[in-house]
Design a protein around this ligand. Structure first.
Ligand SMILES: NC(=O)c1ccc[n+]([C@@H]2O[C@H](COP(=O)([O-])OP(=O)(O)OC[C@H]3O[C@@H](n4cnc5c(N)ncnc54)[C@H](O)[C@@H]3O)[C@@H](O)[C@H]2O)c1
Length: 251
């Protein structure tokens, strides 16, 4: 087993109560990072804090109620994390939503909701957290794209626009923040077994598995492992890439 040892590193994981986010929170806690989850459900947050603390043998985990679409909340929470921990080293822009419909059926509201979370939320968090990383001349930012952001997908104009947008933002920020000691990379998961794909009809999942050389959907841990690697010192010279975690579905 690889040990990344993120000891003393402070890591914010947005959407950390979801399938991938919670696996990432546990994986980062197990590597001794001080993990802070930003998500929307206080009750679920308390339970996740408890579960992750138990499952990681008592390591550092904290939940904060933060809606990443809300600029004031993001700014206040960023200041609170810095006050509590004295630095912010890792940002995993993992929160994301879908509101699927084909072009003609997609409402303006569905369009806007997805843009607000998946794109503006990523902008908000990175805008407010990166100055702390710049000050300490170190940071790791990992954005969550999707393979559909690379190849498109029926019924996902809004989602695909944001996930392709995240690839673009990753390249811009890799250029802007690289000279300041911060790497910015993206992960593009394929189909991962979380609540997000619970509504995908089985025949689509079967078709996706048939197109995947490794012959299965991914697990949240598969994606968490990619986050860990990109956040670690082993990825020190990797900047501006989008790493697919899809079993080879898109090659
Ligand atoms: N599951 C997949 O197959 C898959 C594939 C490709 C990419 N992704 C991406 O991976 C990321 C994680 O997805 P998941 O499968 O764990 O989804 P999930 O639905 O299980 O978790 C997403 C989390 O984001 C949180 N969230 C939503 N809006 C928020 C907001 N405004 N502020 C703070 N938190 C908010 C939700 O409450 C939820 O806990 C997303 O960006 C998703 O687009 C997932």
């Amino acid at each position: 087993m690889i040990h990344y040892n993120l000891s003393q590193k402070v890591a914010i994981i947005t959407g950390g109560l979801g399938g991938i986010g919670q696996a990432a929170a546990l994986a980062f806690a197990n590597e001794y990072a001080k993990v802070i989850i930003w998500d929307l459900d206080a009750e679920k947050g308390k339970k996740a804090e408890y579960d992750i603390r138990i499952n990681s043998g008592g390591k550092s985990i904290k939940f904060m109620l933060v809606d990443i679409t809300n600029l004031e909340q993001v700014e206040a929470a960023t200041e609170a994390v810095n006050e509590l921990y004295g630095s912010i080293d890792i940002l995993i822009n993992n929160a994301g939503i879908t509101r699927d419909a084909s072009l003609q059926k997609m409402t303006t509201e569905q369009w806007q909701q997805v843009i607000d979370v998946n794109l503006t939320g990523v902008f908000n968090c990175t805008k407010f957290i990166s100055p702390y990383m710049i000050k300490q001349k170190f940071g790791r930012i990992i954005n969550t794209s999707s393979i559909v952001g690379l190849q498109g997908n029926y019924g996902q104009s809004n989602y695909v626009a944001t996930k392709a947008g995240v690839v673009g933002l990753t390249k811009v920020w890799a250029r802007e923040l690289g000279p300041k000691g911060i790497t910015v990379n993206a992960v593009a998961p394929g189909f991962i077994a979380t609540g997000m794909i619970a509504t995908v009809p089985q025949k689509f999942l079967d078709a996706a598995i048939a197109r995947t050389p490794l012959g299965r959907v991914g697990t949240p841990k598969d994606v968490a492992n990619a986050y860990l690697f990109l956040a670690s010192k082993h990825a020190a010279f990797i900047n501006g890439v989008t790493l697919r975690v899809d079993g080879g579905m898109v090659i």
